[in-house]
Design a protein around this ligand. Sequence first.
Ligand code: 5AD
Ligand code: SF4
Length: 477
Amino acid sequence: MKIKENWSLPDLKEAGRRTRSAIERVDQYLIPAHAMHLGEGKTYHISTYGCQANERDSETMAGILETIGFKPSEDLEHVDVILINTCAIRQNAEEKVLGEIGNFKRLYKENKDLIIGVCGCMAQENSFVKLLLEKYPQVRLLFGTHNIQDLPQLLYEAMNEHTKVVKIYSKEGEVYENLPVKRFGQHKAWVNIMYGCDKFCTYCIVPYTRGKQRSRTMEQILKEVQELKNEGYKEITLLGQNVNAYGKDMENGVDFANLLEEVAKIGIPRIRFMTSHPWDFTDQMIDVIAQYENIMPFIHLPMQSGDDEILKRMGRRYTSESYYELYQKLKAKVPNAAISTDIIVGFPNESDEAFQNTLDLVEKCKFDNAFTFVYSPRPGTPAAKMEDTIDAETKKQRLYTLNEKWGQYARQINTSYEGKVVRVLVDGMSKRNENVYSGYSETNKLVNFTGENIHPGDFVDVLIEEAKTFSLDGKAI
Ligand code: 5AD
Ligand code: SF4
């Protein structure tokens, strides 16, 4: 099948260039009249990979699809549109996506009207797009992270013309407000506060796949939070690749501390935010977190490494010492705070000493939780060009050692909860046991508990009876 005219491959190099051009903000979203009823009598399914930004994008795509008449469906044998929202952060994320697209080939063979669309961060990668166009005939539609608002028109073309449809902008465009959204959670909601990232950590593909940092205006964010409160949402999470840099791309002097405070004043019961970069974390932000009871005492603070030389080569702009200072400041001002982190092992030429420095910092910080990864070179990023002589087995061993280490402290912290009472926002029944409820504590601990007459969205006080590495067990009191 040929590709509809006027398309081009994305270019990561171009995507990484930063221009000073002003960010345009579009407040009104219009769907072309001819696409307005496109989905009537039809169904869709979305597979989402990766981070919360992708989750939130999938909610927007679902909102757009339902606005034009589509209904959601889990019945893949009969569905009309499948969208796969992809993640490019590490190679294994990419492999999972390709596996799923491969599995969908049979569905396409049996139903040539099926539209399989691929979007998200991998769609910003030239080599991936080429591969899909050459080897995956089942993929009928490809669109990028900056083209979500075009979905109605793109689907219209794919459904009505016998062509593949490709629309991928390498660079970010406008910030769209008021795109439709179908929230997947009943009590918890994601709120974007900014898009993109300008930090350019040397291992990371995000500044290329998601473009330059663009903050939403405080007015729009507060309006969304107020609406969520009015609709009865109990918890919101403010989302950005680097929330502490909120506002730095605007000229009005507003920063994350101001935003967080105004959001807290709206009075939604629980507020979370992620992800924080240690570099932009100010004392004012810590004060606001400490001051407002509805800002949850939980901070995800990626350290990536505990070695100064590696941190420098990663472009992280802090040292192990300044990270630890920030950590101590947080613990001093928000004494009950739980802190989690991200750590990469096996960055190019990470020596035994460098790895030991990471273990030492983990020992000092005793994190509540950690997400640990073996470094994965991302083509187009500066680190991918760095020489590396450390073998894969050593990297695997380091990951294992690191996981043992942080796991030990996480268990210790969790054990200190035994006999205490925590307040849980109930998600529903546990996935593993249907006689048990589950939800999260203020410090973001997964709590499984028994009780009676409990409903999703309730706040319940739970007495913790037994601690595990990744969760706490207890009973409602
Ligand atoms: N290889 C391994 N881990 C990575 N991360 C980001 N890029 C890479 C990469 N190329 C990790 C970082 C980041 C988390 C979201 O993913 O730890 O904080
Ligand atoms: Fe990637 Fe660094 Fe930006 Fe996080 S702050 S998205 S790790 S470049």
